[in-house]
Ligand binder design. Structure first.
Ligand code: UDP
Length: 312
């Protein structure tokens, strides 16, 4: 049985990855310090002998007994509001945490996949974003703590690959949605669903003309799984190129939830908020034979089912 370590296992993506790897017959060692993770996301895994959990902050030295085949580094705060509240932890888990896990990968002779992000492109001046684009990031702005930690993550991962010969993979993840997103994490989708369900104003920042491209979590997990098992060590964008303005996205939530009290409530645009974002997924198509298959209308219905249960 192959053994995989997943950091950030109690988070949105980490928990879905754990489910997938258990289904594929792996032994999953999950690690989380529960800074933004939620034990409810992995409670169903605890009875399984194929799953074990370590409560640990990976920005400190990481010890795992016995052998490891794969490491997936998914621990990090992941919403702009979280970066504002936890800037130092965000920097540490992306930088020191990645260093520790690369060291672990080297010691265990394990393959490591690190979760990078479309935020490495910052407020992009090229559209859509190909992996060849170097980005437009403000290092000292509020999002810089995340963006620069992830850029460092990519740099140190490539350095471990070229200098130490560690077997590495880098995924650049674009906006992803689905069940288990944290209700109060402040990102657009959890905010809009919870506000619509409660009959409140949907807080559209700015005039809502800024765009994002949302990928359903099952599609993302499939792309990551394929990348891990590929032999490609340069960064690969995984995301859904179907781009939508934030205002239209809020309207889609209103149409789905149909709460007569819910409405659009405009709020100021946060500093350095990227104006446009859409992945070019040519590489993922060519190298992994991957492209998203879940249309937003379908993914949003599944996601609404989840938020109906958890929003109080
Ligand atoms: N946004 C919004 N209202 C909210 C939360 C976010 O209008 O309550 C906007 C935000 O300004 C950004 C987009 O939605 O333009 C996506 O924001 P999110 O925090 O989900 O992720 P980002 O892609 O910015 O990291």
């Amino acid at each position: 049985m192959k053994r995989v370590l997943i950091t950030g296992v109690a988070g949105f993506l980490g928990s879905h990855l754990a489910d997938r790897f258990i289904r594929e017959g792996y032994h999953v060692i999950g690690m989380d310090n529960l800074l933004t993770g939620n034990m409810d996301n992995i409670a169903h895994l605890f009875p399984l002998k194929e799953f074990e959990f370590y409560f640990h902050d990976v920005s400190k030295f990481v010890h795992v007994p016995d052998n490891l085949d794969y490491i997936l580094h998914f621990a990090s705060p992941a919403s702009p509001i979280d970066y504002l509240k936890m800037p130092i932890q965000t920097l540490k888990v992306g930088a020191l945490g990645t260093h520790n896990l690369l060291g672990l990968a080297k010691a265990k002779n394990a393959r490591i996949l690190v979760a990078s992000t479309s935020e490495v492109y910052g407020d992009p001046l090229e559209h859509p974003q190909t992996e060849g684009y170097w980005g437009n990031v403000n290092p000292v702005g509020p999002r810089g703590v995340y963006d620069e930690a992830k850029r460092f993550m990519e740099a140190i991962t490539m350095a471990y690959h070229t200098y130490h010969g560690v077997d590495t993979r880098i995924v650049r993840i674009f906006n992803t949605y689905g069940p288990r997103m944290r209700v109060e994490d402040g990102r657009a989708l959890p905010a809009f669903f919870s506000q619509a369900i409660r009959g409140e104003g949907l807080t559209v920042f700015g005039d809502g003309s800024q765009t994002r491209s949302f990928c359903y979590v099952d599609d993302l997990v499939e792309g990551i799984y394929r990348l891990l098992l590929s032999d490609y060590h340069h960064p690969v964008n995984i995301g859904n190129p179907n781009e939508v303005s934030i205002l239209d996205f809020a309207r889609e939530v209103l149409d789905l939830v149909k709460n007569p009290k819910a409405h659009i409530a405009y709020k100021p645009l946060p500093v350095d908020d990227p104006k446009i974002r859409r992945p070019d997924i040519t590489k993922a198509r060519e190298i992994l034979g991957w492209e998203p298959s879940v249309p937003r209308a379908e993914g949003m219905v599944k996601t609404y089912e989840y938020f109906k249960q958890v929003v109080k």
